[in-house]
Design a protein around this ligand. Sequence first.
Ligand SMILES: NC(=O)c1ccc[n+]([C@@H]2O[C@H](COP(=O)([O-])OP(=O)(O)OC[C@H]3O[C@@H](n4cnc5c(N)ncnc54)[C@H](OP(=O)(O)O)[C@@H]3O)[C@@H](O)[C@H]2O)c1
Length: 429
Amino acid sequence: MASIGVGLIGLGTVGSGVVEILRRHGEDFSRRAGVQIELVRFADRDIARATALGLDETAFTTDAAELIADPRVDVVIELIGGTGAAKQIVLDALRAGKSVVTANKALMASSGQEVMDAAAAAGVDIMFEASVGGGIPIIGPLKHSLVSNEITSVAGIVNGTTNYMLTRMADDGLDYGTALAEAQAKGFAEADPTADVDGLDAAAKIAILASIAFNSRVTVDRVPVEGIRHITPADIAYAREMGYAIKLMAIARRSTGGIDVRVHPAMIPGTHPLASVSGVYNAIYVTGDAVGETMFFGEGAGSLPAASAVVGDLIEVARHLRSNCLNLVGCTCNEQLPVRDIADLEARYFIRFAVADKPGVLAAVASRFGDHGVSIASVIQKKVRESGDAEIVYVTHDASERAVRAALDEISKLDVVTEVAAVIRVEDL
Ligand SMILES: NC(=O)c1ccc[n+]([C@@H]2O[C@H](COP(=O)([O-])OP(=O)(O)OC[C@H]3O[C@@H](n4cnc5c(N)ncnc54)[C@H](OP(=O)(O)O)[C@@H]3O)[C@@H](O)[C@H]2O)c1
C-alpha cells in the first residue's frame, strides 16, 4: 500500500483533535482510503504543544516553510487561523504542489478566489469543510450531493457562542451581559468576543456558503452584518408573545437583483426547525428547487467536531492522490452575480419605541411611517416605564429597508419619541 505524508501546522484546539482522531482510527482510514495516511511533520510556535500531545519531537518544527518543503509531506493541514501567516502558508503549500486542508473561514471568506486559483494552477486539492459549521457537513453536500439543484436559499445559525447566549436569554431571562459572562466562563466565548457577538464570524461563514450555493464569489466584506449586543430580554419576550424566536441569522438568497446576503438577529417563527436549535448547536437550512427543504444540524465548533471535518477532507484528498485525480471539482464560482444593497431588502420589521405617554403620539409616529410608504401590520402598546414613558411596538408589513430607515430617521427626531429601542427584522423563512 502506498503511503501519504501529512504535515500538520497548528497544534491548538482543532490540531490536537486531528491528532486524536488519527490516533483512534488511523488504521481504518488507511484501509478506507486505500493508502497509508501518516502524520510525518508538525509545526507550531511552541514545541510544548507537540510534547503534550505525545508527538515525536524530532518531527516538530516552528518553521512552516521547512514543513512545506519536506519531500515526505504530500498534504499540508493548516490550522493556525487568521489571514496573515496562514495565507502565506496555504499559498506556499499549494504552489509547492501540495494539497491543502484548512479550517480557516477568515482566509476562505476573504481570499477564497486567490487560494482556489493557486490550487487550480498547481493541479492540487484545497479542502475547507471545517471552515463552516465545524463538524456539520455542508460544503461537501453543496458541492456534490445538492449540485443537481438550483439553490434558492441558505439560512442558518452558524455561530454557537451567540446561539448559546440567545438561548440563555430566552430560556432563563438572562440579560446580554450576564449571558456573555457565562459563555466566557464556560469557554464558549473568547475574552474578546467581538468576532462572535458582532456577527463577523457568521459573516465569513455565510460568504463561503453563498459563494458555493450560488456559484458566484461573495467576499466577507460584501456581507452586511449586525450583531446581538442590542438584543434585550424585552425583545425576546415580545418575540415569544408574537410566536417568534430571536436568532442570529446568516442568510443568503438568490433574488432577481442578484444575491441577498446578510447577518443579523431576526425574529423567526417559533414553529420553524431553526427556532428549536438551541445552545451551542448550529444548523443550516438549505432550500433547493429539486430537493425542497433540508436542514444540516450539529456541533458547529469544538476540537473533535471540527477535526472530524478536517480528517474527512484529508481522507478525501488521500483518495484523490491514490487515484491521481486531484482538483476534480475546484472552484465552482463560474458566475458573477451582484450582491444586493441591503437598503433594497424587503422585509417585515419589529420596531420598539419609548415615547411620551400622551395622546396623539401613535398617530404622529404612524403618519411618518405612512409618508414613507411603510404600512403597519400591528401596534402593541405596553406598560408605562418608571420614567413615565410608554413603550410601543410596531410590526410592519413587507417594507423596504431604505423606507423604514428614512421613516425612523424622522421619527427619532420627534419630541414625543424618547428612544428607538429596537429594530429587528422579521423573517418568515
Ligand atoms: N476551535 C474551533 O472550534 C474551530 C472550529 C472550526 C474551525 N476552526 C478554525 O480552525 C483554525 C484553528 O483554530 P483553533 O481553535 O484550533 O486555534 P488555536 O487553538 O488558537 O490553535 C492554533 C495554533 O496554531 C499556532 N500558531 C499560530 N500561528 C502560527 C504560526 N505562524 N506557525 C506555527 N504555529 C502557529 C498557535 O500558537 P499560539 O497560540 O502560540 O499562537 C496555536 O497553537 C482557525 O482557522 C479556526 O477558525 C476552529
